[in-house]
Write a protein that binds this ligand. Structure first.
Ligand SMILES: [Zn+2]
Length: 141
């Protein structure tokens, strides 16, 4: 008896052809994957926002902490085992007062807890340090 009925032992958390959890039509490997694996650094606040959402979906604590602004970074990220992320939609992205070094991304993330649907509507603030974007904090809307 094999462990997998279909005999595919290379099965991963996400199939290559599956579109990225962040809501684009691209596969994860061509979208947020390279950011979470550390191959690339997000070039825009929106890219960072999308990749951090994937960080929550895949419970990648290291990535979330690495991309958190040092001034607001927690010592660890606690994931709720009951929380299942369903999708992300970016509403608006706009620069902050500090032009190209600050940006805001308004989004709605949907998730389920114990079969019940919820929406997280937040305006997240991002700041750049030495050319790299970091998540600072968010305001619930
Ligand atoms: Zn993505």
């Amino acid at each position: 008896m094999r462990a997998y009925a279909n005999g595919d032992s290379t099965m991963k958390q996400h199939a290559p052809q599956e579109s990225c959890p962040c809501g684009t039509t691209q596969p994860y490997e061509a979208c947020c994957g390279p950011y979470l694996s550390g191959e690339l650094v997000a070039g825009t606040a929106e890219q960072l926002m999308r990749s951090r959402y994937c960080g929550f979906v895949y419970r990648n604590e290291d990535y979330l902490l690495t991309t958190w602004h040092p001034q607001t970074r927690p010592s660890r990220v606690r994931f709720d085992e009951r929380q299942h992320w369903l999708g992300l939609s970016i509403r608006e992205t706009h620069p902050g007062s500090d032009d190209d070094r600050e940006a805001f991304v308004e989004f709605i993330a949907r998730f389920k807890v114990n079969g019940k649907g919820h929406r997280l509507h937040e305006n997240s603030r991002f700041k750049k340090i030495d050319g790299i974007w970091y998540y600072v904090n968010g305001e619930f809307l």
